[in-house]
Design a protein around this ligand. Sequence first.
Ligand code: ADP
Ligand code: MG
Ligand code: MG
Length: 250
Amino acid sequence: MLKINNLHASVEDKAILKGINLDVKPGEVHAIMGPNGSGKSTLASVIAGKEEYEVEEGEILLEGENIDELGPEERAHKGVFLSFQYPVEIPGVSVTNFMKTAINETRKAKGLEDMPANEMLKMIREKSEMLEIDRKFLSRSLNEGFSGGEKKRNEIFQMAMLEPRLAILDETDSGLDIDALRIVANGVNKLKSKDNAVIVITHYQRLLDYIVPDYVHVLHDGKIVKSGSAALAHELEAKGYDWIKEEVNA
Ligand code: ADP
Ligand code: MG
Ligand code: MG
C-alpha cells in the first residue's frame, strides 16, 4: 500500500530525513517511535504532502503510484489521512456539517455525486455510535473551545468517517492523558481492517499498550535504525533510547 524508498527530505534547506525505507501492507499497523527531533512528524508531513517539506531523493509510492507530484488534498482524496490535518476552528460550522462537506469534496474529486442525505445520516449515526460520540458533540462548532480529549474525539471521528486507506496518527505532542489514549486506541482498533493500514507515531510506549502494532520502527536522526515487533516498544520503555544511539554509533 505504502512503499517508501530511500527517502531524503529537507525543510528550509536543512536535511531532516536521511534515507527512509518503509513498506506498509494492507491490514498492518506500524508504530514509529524515536527521540524528540528525530524526524517523526516530518515523515508524517512528507507522506501527507505538506508543501514546506522538500523531497530531495527517493520516492513515496501509494499503491504503486509515485505521489511526489500530488498536493496534500489530492493525497487525501487518494485515501491518505493525517491527524490534525484540519485543526482550524470554524465558528458556526458544526462537526457534522464539516464532515459532510469533507466527504462530498472527496466524492467530487472521484467524479461521484454528493452522498444522499439519508445515507450520510446513517453513516454519521453508525460511526458516532461506534465511537461513543454523543449527538450534542456533533452539533458543536468545529474545534471551538474543544478540550484536548474532544479534539482527539473529533479527529478520530473524521478518520472513521473518511475511511482512509492509510491513516497516519502523530501523537507525539498531544496531551496524552488516559482519556485521549483510550479514544485514539479505540478508534484505531475499530477502524482496522484487512484493507487499510495505520501508522501510529508516538514518543511513548503507553499508547502501544492499547494499540498493538505489527511492526515498530525506531527513527533516529532521520533514519530508521531499528525495526521489530511490538516487543521492541516494551524494550524501549524499559531501556530508553540511549542504547539505540550507542548501537548506531558503535
Ligand atoms: P519529531 O517529530 O521526531 O520530534 P520533527 O520531525 O518534528 O521531529 O523535527 C525534526 C527536525 O526537523 C527538528 O530539528 C526540527 O526542528 C526540524 N523541523 C521540523 N519541521 C520544521 C519546520 N517546519 N521548519 C524548520 N525546522 C523544522
Ligand atoms: Mg517534535
Ligand atoms: Mg513530532
